[in-house]
Write a protein that binds this ligand. Sequence first.
Ligand code: SF4
Length: 404
Amino acid sequence: MKKFEIPEKYKSSVIATVKDWRKRRDPRKQDVSPSSLDFGPVEFILPRHFGFCYGVENAIEISYKAINENPDKRIFLLSQMIHNPAVNEDLEAAGIRFIMDTEGHQFIDWSEITSEDVVIIPAFGTTIEIEEKLKSLGVETKKYNTTCPFVEKVWKRSAEIGQKGYTNIIHGKYKHEETRATFSHSNQHSASIIVRDMKEAQKLAGYITGDSPADSFYEVFKGKYSEGFQVESDLKKIGVVNQTTMLATETQEIADFFKGVVTNKYGPDAFADTRDTLCYATNDNQDATNAVRSVGADLAIVIGGYNSSNTSQLVTILEETMPVYFIKDQNEIIDRNTIRHFNYGQNQLITSFGWLPIKAKVRIVLTSGASCPDTVVESVLEQILGTFENTHEIESVLTQLIQE
Ligand code: SF4
């Protein structure tokens, strides 16, 4: 896979040693078992895959290129480039300004943007409407477009489904930038609707079977269907695409569910049989995370932005088998007894006490989302190590690992 130029501040020699060692031993990524860093009183279990993905490194490289190539211009990002606070803060510190927040609320009015400005399109991509707006302002939209190729692949798939006369059901979070962008692209070719989860899928199924009164559809799915959507005719032939970072098992369940419902009612040609559109990083990271569920760890630390979809899926997978603390960086670890972390279900930051068990050896799964720099993972590891006494030196643990 292509190598990108990313700032040194995001590279960790500790994490690179582990990842490079795994890559050398298993270049074809066939072994998803985790790696272990055993420091004596605490052992860290690192899944086979975590951290920066192709799309994130590509976006970071292009953004810094935009900064370096345009010292005299104003540089804007449509919204957060990726869902990681540290990376976004670094871009802001380098002079980049965000035009809107992650839900599309404007910080900067379009009237302030001129054809002299540089506007970077984030890794999630953007809607056709926003791209048209930028063009109408005379802004160059191709040069610093960091849209991930795996997101564009979803747009292509939705176009194929739409051109064959199927309505696109998008499994995604309807406020997420990527899903809004996919929805907009999908609308060019077909009627489209977004479902968040199985609960919403079941609600939508009621309109396919006719169990739910058609006129209630427009209120129940308000803001989630394309303009002109006809509930009586647009749910007779359907296909499913998804936001690239959804939970693989849920996405499969939803596609299977819709296939069953619509083919029952309208026959086998009523469902466009496509594979899911999750990206390689989501699949790799979720497979590797599934592989650590049975290692018998005391807890897991998952690091990433609190609005990061792919990171939240790792939390969901791990919390079925162990206590999970979702943190953005090392500063959330206050001390051996206290940790501040994000409760994804309740959508709030909470503080927990007694998070590290008292025992001879504590085993911790340590992982991060696709937009989290490895340096943050290293800092968290060091922060936790600092709460234990008589631990082995990092160098000697790494030396022992790569000699195995
Ligand atoms: S998570 Fe997947 S789709 Fe998103 S930027 Fe990374 S590689 Fe691209």
